[in-house]
Design a protein around this ligand. Sequence first.
Ligand code: FEO
Ligand code: CA
Ligand code: CA
Length: 646
Amino acid sequence: MPIKDLDALEHSNPCANPGLDEILACDPTRRRLLQGGLGAAGLALFGTPAWGAAARAAGRPAIGFAPVAAAAEDRVRVPAGYTVEVLYAWGDPVSDGPAFRDDAGNTAAEQALQAGMHHDGMAFFPFREGGRPSSRHGLLCVNHEYTDDGLLHGDGMKTWSAEKVAKSQAAHGVSVIEVREEGGRWQVVRPSKYARRITASTPCLLSGPAAGSPLLATAADPRARLALGTLNNCACGQTPWGTYLTCEENFNGYFAAGDEQALDADHKRYGIRPQGYGYRWHEHDERFDAARHPHEPNRFGWVVEIDPWRPDAPPIKRTALGRIKHESATVTLARDGRVVVYMGDDERFEYIYRFVSRHRFDPRDPAANRHLLDEGTLFVARFDEGGEGRWLPLVHGQDGLTPEHGFRDQAEVLVKTRQAADRLGATKMDRPEWIAVHPRSGEVYCTLTHNGRRGGPQRPGPDAANPRPDNVFGHIIRWREAGGDAAAGRLRWEVFVLCGDRASPVAHRRGNIRGDVFGSPDGLWFDAEGRLWIQTDVATSALNRGDYAAFGNNQMLCADTATGEIRRFLTGPHGCEITGALTTPDGRSLFLNIQHPGETGSVRSDPQRPSAVSAWPASQFGPAFGTRPRAATVVIRREDGGVVGG
Ligand code: FEO
Ligand code: CA
Ligand code: CA
């Protein structure tokens, strides 16, 4: 089974929230719309003419680069007039530490002092320079989502040992590194008092309503206050008080249970399976044996807050934000200053969530801000016909979230967030990934990467917000909160773009992109001027094949949300995913992660031929990078020093 290819996995949501197929049964107009293949006329029904006007009024940024063509090369290609350099690759030391060994001979202890594998979401925390945020010096927090153990160990998984499990765990988690531009080049500052690695075994505090709950208690931690490690750190968020939010996504895959009988319905609702995803950690670390430690999986699936400025401060799992397969945790402020966090649960037919804090952010009270994510209300989204939507609160005692339905208290509502959202009738989405908030208009955009099973046998059919059956290319939805207040109870939404080729012979796969075609949108980020950067994650088993034959390698595009124009900015090396885009405050240096170059649709890389698919970054930047494909953070700049994208 592929590590990353979630298409191979079953979805876990058996609940009966209605799909559009049921609504269609009594609405012939909508039925004709879908039978007609959702052409432009049909799409107009989802639109609201005010969207473009609102974005324009908010200030429309220029997109000034010439697009690059789709490509399948073993390199990062950027537009003419741009440069790309590697900053931080798998195995690079975070500070003064052990160098990367190209034979994968670094020990677990050494790996714990080096960049982990498979960089994903990240955030930049500028130092202050002349009283302003610096664009030349900062801390970078980088997620390391998962490992390819065929590549991580010299002989792959041919033999298996406690040392290999420890190395795999050490290659997960988060890097905090100090970075500085000096002499025209960005470099990692070594040594740095801020540099650290947080791994799958780093002690993390449990905080918020579910901390201390018996559902999180284990033999090693009967008080349920201290979990070991964070893992499958996917997308992220950044708070106004200067901390990093890292999101635990496919945590279920690390647990095994021996057989089906060892797993209860709650475990199954989160996709925990007898054999996991094949990481084999449970063979040498019994806390990943869910039969022996059934509460250990409950200690993952959270948003974890890290203070990059305090290297001794433990990460904190903020349980008030719910337990799901967290993709992003995008932070904005409500009108009255309360903190709002948008989050997706990335699995087929799962939901979009929003947390609203009880207390307000106060820039003058850093001590109080540290606890803002511990108290508040978690909501789940329902996208209704006609472009209306509602945020449904997940509050114990309300709407059937009661003991007779399996929710003894708010802690149980949060540990079983998915089951609570099922009861409330939330809208099942096509795999929510990243969420981005327009810096001026406050409009919210969310990638729905794809869902080839929508409309399949005994699956939910299309609905208004997920309008295509067999949605192999994905789409991006956007919404506006009522009254422009991120804490409002109602919203208006529309589909921003349906991905895929406009000329597809298959009507329901036809896209409506104005510009360069792409599919499987995943990473999503607004720059300060309002350009929307879209990064793609076509599954490695689909890349450059079948429906994706003409799409090239994974890529990054830039969208004008007022006109809908989308232009391809970058193409990546073989087998990679593009993720994590952000710029320095001045917009002149763009950091980006090239995740899992060389990955194939097979289980893990062949340790005998680790570079059979890709030798990036060496293939582009020379033999100093070794021969193995290595995930890396790159920096992209304009040769004329201008704003990236402008
Ligand atoms: Fe880790 Fe859903 O991407
Ligand atoms: Ca993702
Ligand atoms: Ca993805």
